[in-house]
Design a protein around this ligand. Structure first.
Ligand code: AMP
Ligand code: MG
Length: 323
């Protein structure tokens, strides 16, 4: 009898220890780990659930630095720099992945009637909203505008050729691409739940739980520290473009960073922001920039034509959702 009681006691202790270990593992897996680093001119925030999150986040940071070195027009030796420095007619070999970004960009350019145009560089450089304190002259804008035209960027498989002396700026699509690549890395590293936030470019992994998607807040353009509305997302991206994100003020007017290739001026469509909800962050990024330039009617038509959903915030604070 004594022997049986002793045995039961030992088994109970083992069960108790196992339960504690299981609880610790469960707690570790269900606890979010947060990481922030600076890349692509913005704060990149990762919220990851699961084991090995520290090691995975380390690799994610390395990947984002590598991508920035490939894509940024400010990095000498980047593919973008090579294209921008190439002579007219010179063939520039690009990676299959870089060609994929250009293909998406050119497709959205065509479908948006040129509202989205990565050859915007002469205008984005002229407007330089980070450093300017007053707008450029009409003459300067007219000269820069003539240099813009995606039709002169020829992509054949993995080769890019310029038909005019154009320069590209992937600022309207690169963060989305980077978010997609980050997600790929995180998922292949075993992360089943998480959120990637690249300054308004949110890409979700999995769902919050079995019944609910992640709740993604959309910034109030009049006070970006506040949320104006939210949307649920599971394995989806929510990408926002807004005139409130980067701008300078002159004579009581705001001059922001999203430029209409047709006018050469910051897009003036009475929209305060456009959010696009779709699977590909890269596509969502290009579409939100394009729709911001196009305005409500054409922007909505464009977003819907890619089977994506959208949320428009008007300058007066009205929230308009469509799918
Ligand atoms: P986003 O914040 O994604 O809307 O992109 C804005 C950035 O894209 C700007 O800072 C520029 O680098 C670039 N950009 C500005 N206007 C356009 C445009 N019409 N088409 C494509 N890229 C643009
Ligand atoms: Mg964009």
């Amino acid at each position: 009898m004594k022997f049986v009681t002793k045995h039961i006691k030992s088994i109970s202790i083992i069960i108790f220890i196992l339960a504690v270990i299981l609880c610790a593992v469960y707690f570790q897996l269900s606890k979010p780990h947060s990481y922030t680093f600076y890349a692509f001119d913005t704060f990149v925030n990762l919220t990851l659930y699961g084991k090995n999150a520290d090691a995975v986040a380390d690799n994610a940071e390395k990947l984002i630095i590598k991508l920035e070195n490939e894509l940024s027009l400010y990095r000498s030796g980047s593919i973008t720099d090579k294209i921008n420095s190439a002579d007219v007619g010179e063939a520039v070999e690009v990676s299959a992945e870089y060609a994929g970004i250009l293909r998406t960009a050119l497709n959205v350019s065509e479908k948006s009637g040129g509202a989205f145009d990565i050859t915007i560089r002469p205008l984005s450089m002229l407007w330089d909203v980070k450093n300017r304190t007053s707008p450029p002259s009409d003459d300067e804008i007219a000269v820069a505008k003539k240099l813009v035209g995606y039709e002169n960027l020829i992509l054949t498989e993995n080769t890019v050729t310029k038909q005019s002396d154009l320069k590209i700026d992937l600022g309207g699509i690169a963060k989305g691409y980077a978010a997609d690549k980050l997600k790929e890395l995180l998922v292949s590293s075993g992360i089943k739940k998480g959120i990637i936030n690249m300054g308004g470019n949110v890409c979700t992994i999995g769902s919050k739980n079995k019944t609910e998607g992640w709740n993604i807040g959309i910034c109030n353009p009049s006070d970006p520290s506040q949320v104006i509305c939210s949307t649920k997302a599971s394995d989806m991206s929510v990408v926002t473009s807004g005139g409130y994100q980067r701008y300078f003020e002159y004579s009581g007017r705001k001059y922001h960073h999203i430029i209409s290739p047709h006018t050469g001026y910051p897009a003036d469509s009475s929209l305060a922001s456009v959010s696009v909800i779709c699977e590909s962050s890269m596509l969502g990024d290009a579409l939100s920039t394009a729709a911001f330039v196009l305005g409500k009617e054409e922007g909505e038509t464009l977003i819907k034509s890619f089977a994506a959903k959208g949320i428009i915030i008007f300058s007066d604070g009205e929230v308009y959702r469509f799918d």
